[in-house]
Write a protein that binds this ligand. Structure first.
Ligand SMILES: NC(=O)C1=CN([C@@H]2O[C@H](COP(=O)(O)OP(=O)(O)OC[C@H]3O[C@@H](n4cnc5c(N)ncnc54)[C@H](OP(=O)(O)O)[C@@H]3O)[C@@H](O)[C@H]2O)C=CC1
Ligand SMILES: O=C1Nc2ccccc2C1=O
Length: 808
């Protein structure tokens, strides 16, 4: 998402106005503060409480004497009971009021024990629920609470001077976001919501729900709110219990406040959140979070707006400090200028090349994208001259081969010198000329790309270089301990792979085309590029960058050989790092060429120039693994010129090596037709990655792709958990002694699709790969499939219907 920037003179801005408004809501009729939630927790204590609660719930759910909810203290007992009944979705009354405590009611208690040390046990029914669910549920997990999971807009504000409280933060967001271009937002709905909330600075507070006001009430600190902690040093400011507003970050920075003008930029993205965001909030305090998140911990405000009676909306607003990230504003401005210059040079070079090409009679059929401006409408392209070669049919021997292949027996292929060359090209640093005042240009080595030490240049911007501070992890392990069977652990040569292969792959239907590779997994030898692709991939969307590397490494140990990332997922570096580490474990047997790594270029990087740069950025992040197996255009949500420009850039990337296959994602038939009609088309997409499940079979699109030799990848193959409870699906699952998730993965493969399930859970990681020892029958398929249904999981993410230019 593009950034919006605002720069003001240093000053109080409209802060006083917010204060006034805020007071209106919190003062009583007599003008004195009515602070009903006057419970003081130091930030750290609150954090500790949450950690203890989470850890206790996870480790001994059954023995937890009380269920303690760290949020929403304004709720009545009845409301809490309703809430719990909804979360656990068991119906009926679950709890006595006695069994519920809220953190806010725990006066400075940093433990999860109920007052008075009672040790009442939870009612049986709740004990069962605790036993059978994972706590805290991830926003996308399948436990009952997650049926309310939704994606909401997230605004990230980067500032040089910290906001003093969320009210000021909201005011800054309002001054920063621009609403003149709806297409810069993920969805029109985000655009409309954010516009409604932030267009008018003065009206933001009026849009808060009563709960939103209560939270705001608790996190805004004014002079009058100073609370004595009784220490001899006199008044000591303590923050009230507040979700996500860091005391120490704010105070630390405010002491250093310089006189530089305020500067802030805002990014709009999206986040998945449970409707009852309590768990998500808890998770954000946990060990699982990335170090970036930890750094910004305490600077997140979840805004609950009420736009009409009963119509609530949430927006996450988070603040990051440039200063804390050692952000160098000067450097950024200089690099920004340099980038503009580079872009200009590149366009000039491109124009010059195009002119040369145009004057050459042999090349006069080349399509010159640089010639098209808004005033020069692009004519509809002619249809492609020939039908593209269908994917070569898989041979029977390809998949029989598996049984005899021993991992060490194949000779290493000859080294591809071009590949080595391209790997060398993307060094850890790039040389840049940076204009420095008074000194003229200096040549500097700028580190690029991600590595395990956290050196990176954020994608899309190439704006600043940040070294992430190493933070001491909190010593509570929230993750479930791996329940992977021994065979999946790091094992001697081939051991971990013996199981899936020796169980035999007897695919039915299109699954026939799968041929096992020498190392694991099955391969799908029919990309139209001539390359093969492992039929089952691991999707890494929403896996925090810091966790990605180890998860990918574990996935490789389990047998996965195919990873699906994207620039937008912000974990490409982690993915590549995991692959590289796995190769380093056993370089003789763990071969790069056995792994398939995909990334995607998001909408804001479409267009020839931007995609060229984005490809470079992707390659830089893929440096530890030398090359990229496939780059996809993430979605068609731009226009003809941009889509076309991107495709040309991708075609060039294949020619220049470094990228082996290219494809698209979320393309509908009309977008594919448009692409196949490019007059300068040289490469037909290897794949189209779209959402697919038995509730969204998209038969027409799948048939069309097959006819054109385009493989189809299935994203959200587990329907993000939404249908895992389906009765018929579970019937088939019990028949095969498999889980509903395994049946869905098998369904994709049986249909000739390439599923990309995601999980952060190690035992599910192994289970999701354990799908090669059974077959689905016609009757199974009949029972599972909902032909003609159009069950998109997230209504807000269906770019395959995005209008062509002619439909706009
Ligand atoms: N091109 C595009 O536009 C898109 C691409 N994708 C790709 O597809 C991948 C997968 O899609 P995604 O949307 O994540 O959805 P999935 O259908 O893969 O579902 C993931 C969810 O299912 C849960 N889960 C995983 N395994 C199991 C299991 N065995 N039993 C129960 N629950 C399970 C996960 O929870 P947990 O992690 O806690 O296990 C997570 O909540 C993405 O990672 C991405 O690579 C996805 C969406 C759009
Ligand atoms: O994996 C993805 N999930 C998404 C949700 C919204 C927009 C893009 C994506 C992905 O690419």
């Amino acid at each position: 998402m593009d950034a919006f920037a605002y720069c003001s003179k240093y000053g109080k801005e409209n802060y006083d106005e917010y204060r006034r408004r805020y007071r209106l809501k919190t003062d009583d009729e007599n003008g004195s503060l009515k602070d009903r939630y006057d419970v003081e927790f130091e930030r750290k204590q609150a954090k500790d409480v949450i950690h203890v609660i989470t850890a206790t719930l996870k480790s001994k759910g059954l023995e937890t004497p009380f269920l303690i909810l760290p949020f929403r203290p304004s709720q009545s007992d009845q409301a809490l009971k309703d809430f719990l009944n909804l979360i656990f979705k068991q119906g009926g009354e679950l709890l006595d009021a006695d069994h519920i405590e809220t953190v806010a009611e725990q006066q400075n208690e940093a433990t999860a024990m109920p007052p008075g040390g009672q040790t009442n046990r939870l009612p049986k029914q709740l004990q069962q629920i605790l036993k059978n669910n994972v706590y805290p549920p991830s926003p996308t997990s399948t436990v009952a609470s997650s049926q309310y999971m939704q994606e909401i807009p997230k605004v990230t504000l980067r500032v040089n001077h910290p906001s003093r409280n969320p009210a000021e933060l909201l005011s800054r967001v309002s001054r920063t976001l621009k609403f003149d271009n709806p297409t810069l937002f993920y969805t029109r709905e985000d655009f409309l919501l954010l516009k409604r909330l932030f267009k008018n600075q003065d009206a933001i507070m009026d849009k808060l729900s009563p709960e939103g006001c209560r939270i705001m009430d608790n996190v805004c600190l004014y002079d009058e709110d100073l609370v004595s902690d009784g220490s001899s040093r006199g008044n000591h400011i303590r923050f009230k219990l507040a979700a996500g507003w860091s005391h120490d970050m704010t105070s630390q920075l405010s002491t250093k406040k310089s006189h530089a003008p305020d500067f802030f930029t805002a990014d709009v993205s999206r986040a998945s959140i449970d409707d009852y965001f309590i768990w998500a909030w808890m998770a954000s305090l946990g060990n699982e979070e990335t170090s970036i998140k930890k750094k910004t911990f305490g600077k997140t405000y979840i805004m609950e707006a009420q736009l009409a009676e009963g119509f609530k909306k949430w927006v996450i607003v988070e603040e990051q400090d440039f200063e804390r990230d050692k952000y160098d504003l000067e450097l950024e401005i200089k690099q920004e200028k340099l980038k503009t210059l580079e872009t200009k040079i590149q366009s000039a070079q491109k124009r010059a090349t195009t002119l040369m090409i145009k004057s050459s009679p042999a090349r006069n059929d080349l399509y010159d994208i640089t010639n098209h401006t808004d005033s020069q409408k692009v004519l509809p392209p002619p249809p492609p001259k020939k039908d593209y070669d269908k994917a070569p049919l898989p041979l029977e021997k390809d998949y029989n081969m598996s049984r005899n292949v021993s991992r060490g027996s194949r000779k290493a292929p000859p080294q591809d010198s071009a590949e080595v060359e391209s790997a060398r090209q993307y060094g850890e640093t790039v040389q840049m000329e940076i204009p420095v005042e008074g000194k003229g240009p200096i040549r500097a080595e700028i580190p690029v790309g991600g590595n395990s030490e956290g050196m990176y240049i954020p994608y899309g911007g190439v704006n600043y270089v940040a070294r992430l501070a190493h933070e001491q992890p909190i010593q509570i392990d929230y993750r479930e301990k791996s329940q992977s069977p021994k065979r999946y652990s790091r094992s001697p040569l081939g051991q971990q792979l013996v199981e899936p292969v020796s169980r035999g792959i007897s695919p039915v239907r299109d699954d026939k085309s799968a041929a096992p590779s020498r190392t694991s997994n099955v391969r799908h030898p029919c990309l139209n590029s001539g390359n093969s692709i492992p039929i089952l991939g691991f999707g890494v969307f929403q896996i925090p960058e810091n966790d990605t590397s180890s998860l990918v490494e574990k996935a490789l140990e389990v047998g996965y050989r195919h990873f699906d990332s994207a620039m937008d997922y912000e974990n490409e570096a982690g993915t590549c790092d995991g692959i590289a580490k796995w190769i380093a474990q056993d370089p003789i047997n763990n071969k790069r060429e056995d792994v398939f790594y995909t990334t995607k270029i998001f909408d804001h990087n479409q267009g020839y120039e931007k995609t060229k740069q984005a490809i470079k950025d992707c390659l830089a992040k893929a440096k530890p693994i030398g090359y990229i197996d496939m780059i996809l255009i993430h979605s068609p949500r731009t226009n003809y010129e941009k889509r076309h420009g991107s495709w040309i850039a991708l075609q060039e990337a294949v020619e220049e090596k470094g990228v082996r296959n290219i494809g698209v994602s979320n393309y509908g038939i009309k977008h594919l037709e448009e692409l196949l009609g490019y007059p300068d088309l040289k490469i037909v997409p290897a794949v189209n990655q779209v959402e697919l499940s038995p509730w969204l079979m998209r038969q027409e699109l799948v048939d069309y792709c097959k006819e054109k030799g385009i493989n189809v990848e299935a994203f959200s193959p587990l329907t993000r958990g939404f249908h895992l409870g389906d009765k018929d699906l579970n019937k088939v699952a019990s028949k095969h002694g498999k889980s509903a998730a395994q049946i869905l993965i098998k369904w994709s493969m049986t249909k000739g699709l390439i599923p990309l399930p995601k999980t952060v859970n190690e035992s599910r990681l192994a289970a999701n790969f354990d799908v090669f020892d059974f077959q689905l029958t016609d009757d199974d398929l009949k029972l599972i499939e909902h032909k003609g249904a159009y069950g998109i999981i997230s209504e807000r993410w269906d770019p395959s219907t995005y209008p062509l230019d002619s439909e706009k």
